[in-house]
Design a protein around this ligand. Structure first.
Ligand code: TYD
Length: 210
C-alpha cells in the first residue's frame, strides 16, 4: 500500500490461535482512542455473509474442498476491503484488523496451498503498513484456549495443523512484519506493540505516540 493512495494506516494482528492477539488489539485500540487518534477495530473472518459461512466451516471442515475453503476466505476479504477497509483508509483512519491475508497464507498453506500463491491471490487487498505477528508455542496457545476461555478447539485449532500454520507464519518474509514474543506478560507485550506503532507513526502526519 502506498502512502500516496491513502492517508490511513492498516495494522493487522496475526498469529496462531491463543496467542493473545485479540486482547492486544483491544488494548491498543483503547490506548489510541484515549489519545484521540481516529481508530477503528475490525476482524476477519468478518460478520458479513461469507464470514458467517466460514464460521459454519469451522465445525465441518471436511464438507468443503480446499479450494472452496480458500475462496470463502478470499470472498470475505474482498467484501471487507471494498466496504470497510479502503473507505476507512481513504478517510485517514487507523484500522486495527484481527487477522488478514497472512492468516490465509499460513492456515490455507497448512492444507496444501503454496503460501506465496495464496499471497498473490490477495493482490486485490491493500498491504498492511504493519503486521504484528504474535508468536507462542502452539501447545501453550491451545492450553490458553481450553483452560482460559473454557472452549473446545475447533477444526482449525488442532495441534498438528497449528504446528504447520506456525511454521509457515515464521517463513513469510515481508518488510512490514514485526514478530512479537507473546509469552511475556500482557503488559509487556502491550509495550512492544506500542513501540512498533510509535515507530510507524514517527514518520507520518499523525501526532507522536509516547
Ligand atoms: P479467529 O481469529 O480465531 O476468530 P474467532 O475468534 O471467530 O474464532 O479466526 C478463526 C479461524 O479462522 C482461525 O482458526 C484461523 C482461521 N482463518 C483461516 O484459516 N484463514 C484466514 O484467511 C483467516 C482470516 C482465518
Amino acid at each position: 500500500m502506498s502512502d500516496e493512495a491513502d492517508q490511513g494506516f492498516l495494522i493487522v494482528f496475526e498469529g496462531t490461535d491463543g496467542t493473545g492477539k485479540s486482547t492486544q488489539l483491544q488494548l491498543l485500540y483503547d490506548a489510541l482512542r484515549r489519545k484521540g487518534y481516529p481508530v477503528i477495530a475490525t476482524r476477519e473472518p468478518t460478520d458479513g455473509q461469507y464470514g458467517q459461512k466460514i464460521r459454519q466451516l469451522y465445525k465441518n471442515r471436511e464438507k468443503y474442498s480446499s479450494e472452496e475453503e480458500l475462496e470463502l476466505f478470499l470472498a470475505d476479504r474482498k467484501e471487507h476491503v471494498e466496504t470497510l477497509l479502503v473507505p476507512a483508509l481513504n478517510r485517514g483512519e487507523i484500522i486495527l484488523c484481527d487477522r488478514y491475508f497472512l492468516s490465509t497464507a499460513a492456515y490455507q498453506g497448512a492444507i496444501g496451498f503454496d503460501p506465496e500463491t495464496v499471497l498473490a491471490r490477495n493482490s486485490f487487498a491493500p498491504e498492511p503498513d504493519l503486521a504484528l505477528l504474535f508468536q507462542l508455542p502452539v501447545d501453550i496457545g491451545l492450553s490458553r484456549i481450553i483452560s482460559g476461555r473454557g472452549e473446545t478447539p475447533d477444526d482449525f485449532e488442532q495441534d498438528e495443523n497449528l504446528q504447520k500454520v506456525a511454521a509457515i507464519f515464521t517463513t513469510i518474509d515481508r518488510p512490514y512484519i514485526r514478530k512479537i514474543d507473546a509469552s511475556e506478560s500482557i503488559e509487556s507485550v502491550h509495550q512492544s506493540v506500542m513501540e512498533h506503532v510509535a515507530a510507524l507513526f514517527s514518520d507520518s502526519p499523525y501526532p507522536a505516540l509516547d
